[in-house]
Design a protein around this ligand. Sequence first.
Ligand code: BGC
Length: 747
Amino acid sequence: MKKIGTITLLLTCFIALSQQKTIDEKVNALLKQMTLEEKIGQLNQYTGNNQATGPITINPNKETEIKKGLIGSMLNVIGTKYTRQYQELAMQSRLKIPLLFGQDVVHGYKTTFPIPLAEAASWDLAAMELSARIAAVEASASGIHWTFAPMVDIARDPRWGRVMEGAGEDTYLGSKIAYARVKGFQEKLGNVNSVMACVKHFAAYGAAIGGRDYNSVDMSERMLWETYLPPFKSALDAGAATFMNSFNDLNGIPATGNKYLQRDILKEKWNFQGFVVSDWGSIGEMVNHGYSKDTKEAALQAITAGSDMDMESNAYRYHLAELVQENKVPITLIDDAVKRILRKKFELGLFDNPYKYSNLEREQAAMNNPEHRKAARIIAAKSIVLLKNVIPSAREKNILPLSKDTKTIAFIGPLVKEHKQNMGFWAVELPELDYNTQVVSQWEGVKNKVGSSSKLLYAKGCEIDGDNKDGFAEAVAIANQADIVILSIGERADMSGEAKSRSNIHLPGVQEELVKAIQATGKPVVVLINAGRPLVFNWTADNVPAILYTWWLGSEAGNAIADVLFGDYNPSGKLPMTFPRAEGQIPIYYNHFNTGRPAPNDTAFNYVSAYTDLNNSPKFPFGYGLSYTTFEYSDLKLSKNKIKSTEKITVSLHVKNSGNVAGEEVVQLYLRDKVGSVVRPIIELKDFQKIQLNAGETKVLEFIIDKEKLSFYNAALQWITEPGDFDLMIGSSSTDIRLKNTFELVK
Ligand code: BGC
């Protein structure tokens, strides 16, 4: 048996190697035929007319340039019809090198899934892999070869609007999610329903000073390696085909011109064989940074640093040839970049059939597949986080889940009847998409759920923004007629996203005042908070008995919310980012150092590391989220309490569903390395399992503690373990630790 296994493995390796060899041979043969101009053409990417996120190049000659082989790739060309049309132009070029079509397929294509931060709250890796898979199936059917996702930037600052695009603040969780998403997008590259992933933004973009988008980043090498780089490495381990660099400068060097990042780390140390695309115009922007004196110098710096493809800067298109002729850029550098890109085009099978991915029939089928909507609904429900569910005065039980027989429900708020808003930022804007029929509004979702058994009343109450309270009276009036009030409030979808940093992350406008007015009626209130980032809503959190954080959930938002409201899905989401009490606490993250003067969480003493006017503790901690049931943790056992770094500890525990309904729990394993040659965080997520338990059921879980989990970067940037004591903590969140033990790592 073992022998057959070995032979199969050898055979697979041999086939893979020989395929790779043929591709390399083909690439080299093609390269030999290419003029310098054609080579540079491959490094040049232009946008089509959809969804631009930067200044568009006005180039009336785009079509002629494609026919001359001067463009290697396009983004923002959507749909079979248009991708085909452009590809037909490329097929008129001398060497018939197919175009590569890239697109920001960030959380779904036509079927829109929850924004990535929301999906991260599901902690369900299989679900996230599936959503990426479905996105790939739909996008690839309409001619897209390449998604600019996943975004894997660690983000500890909710003022930064792009937190919605990533997996939150934690390196371990972020790395797992990065891996799952790449697997989902790519499956097997070259299959007609896979797309290339593009891991972005390399690197440290999430640490923009002050949470202001595009801002500088200044951080220690240790923090870069320990906190910000691992999700990129994990995405690479999953086979990510491409990387995108970032807008920010890192310690004074723009990432786009940063040789250390792109060449030394990515291409050399990590042996990355794919290609790097710049971010939108980021080569040209090195002039604004004050790093390049003009676009020509920027082109020189970017190509030298390892940035292979120029997105919308026109820097390579207009300056590389001259730089080669002046002997400033060796032709080998150009050849290397071209080869990386051509290799991917071969791997995708585009030379065999340039229209392989633009197939009308497949597009029709993929876009109308009910299975995709089904998955979107489940994943959306899994992304919702139950923040609060207490028993209000004058009631015997929690408000949630609601009874489907509730006589009268008042559904109030500016987001109740919205369709498009539920898509969130970075949804693909398909030209002919009718949002009213394609996105289930929250109103429709609840209506679908209760049918005629409940009377549903509606009032908008107020707008998302602005200070107009004229609608309050009507809202209060219908609340008074109802048995239950559901209030749907939050941000507008475009308040979080690229270039959407906000200094004030409170609930916008007069929405919290609307909450106060409705709460004053004495009716039981459930608040739904829709947002692309953690918001501040202290009054609501302190006074309203039930709160669901619904983020932006995509096409099936309304149905998923109704599933959770009425208990058809028991919420299981856990926060992937810390929710602050006030903007003044930001950056705030759970895995911080202790400092020499740690502050007690809930008191502001003098001469400790705290604010005199604000507790250090967050409003809602990382990893937090409730369920309609309860879970009991017990019987923590460690196979050993003393190990060498070559050994492992098996950790086991029991988790029991001690409530009355089935539910899912994310069991989180945290460690603290008590003393180190560099100081270590007070707590760090090192593993987790999401489990499903029927009412009364108990499961035994096992985790393995190995060297990898005990290692860290020391001052010399070596990934090492050091002997000493560790705390082991198992919890339902980063602050709700249920079981503890210790162990020692010995020499
Ligand atoms: C964003 C990228 C995106 C690109 C193309 C840029 O502005 O930073 O994340 O992939 O535009 O749309």
